[in-house]
Ligand binder design. Structure first.
Ligand SMILES: [Ca+2]
Ligand SMILES: [Ca+2]
Length: 153
């Protein structure tokens, strides 16, 4: 009887062993599902970690996330904490600390192959300033334009 109980106990642990990978699969990033369901050709930005809540998405560019025109407006500026690139051209998304169509100042880029960043915390613009909650404009560029400034999870 003791042997049987021991066997049951062992099976119980083995059963838990099966459950553990399943729950870590559930712990996979929310961004993965958002990316998979995202519109092809679009860039998305989110105010929180791991791709929610959304603050906007666009296939185009926006030189000022804080003005009242384009895909990003008003309070969208300086809030992005996660971003996603589902472009179809192979281009990167270049995000900037500043605004304006001179596209000057600090920037960094999200390659299409990177797909998404679950967090921007800890990343810096080319200027050395924090990226998190500091993105104020974006455009699509070829990777050469980014020099060596890429977001890398
Ligand atoms: Ca934020
Ligand atoms: Ca705008």
């Amino acid at each position: 009887m003791r042997k049987i109980l021991a066997a049951v106990a062992t099976l119980g642990i083995a059963g838990l062993g099966v459950i553990v990978p399943a729950s870590s699969a559930q712990a996979q990033s929310h961004c993965r599902g958002v990316f998979d369901n995202a519109a092809a050709g679009y860039f998305y930005a989110f105010s929180g970690y791991d791709c929610y809540p959304s603050i906007g998405s666009t296939a185009s560019w926006d030189s000022d996330w804080g003005n009242s025109s384009g895909p990003f407006q008003g309070g969208d500026t300086n809030t992005a904490t996660s971003i996603l690139n589902k472009g179809t051209s192979g281009m990167a998304v270049q995000v900037f600390n500043g605004t304006g169509q001179d596209w000057g100042g600090g920037y960094t880029c999200l390659k299409r192959s990177e797909e998404f960043m679950t967090t921007l915390v800890g990343f810096k613009f080319s200027s050395g300033y924090d990226v998190n909650d500091e993105i104020s404009s974006h455009r699509w560029v070829w990777e050469e334009t980014c020099k060596d400034h890429f977001l890398d999870s």
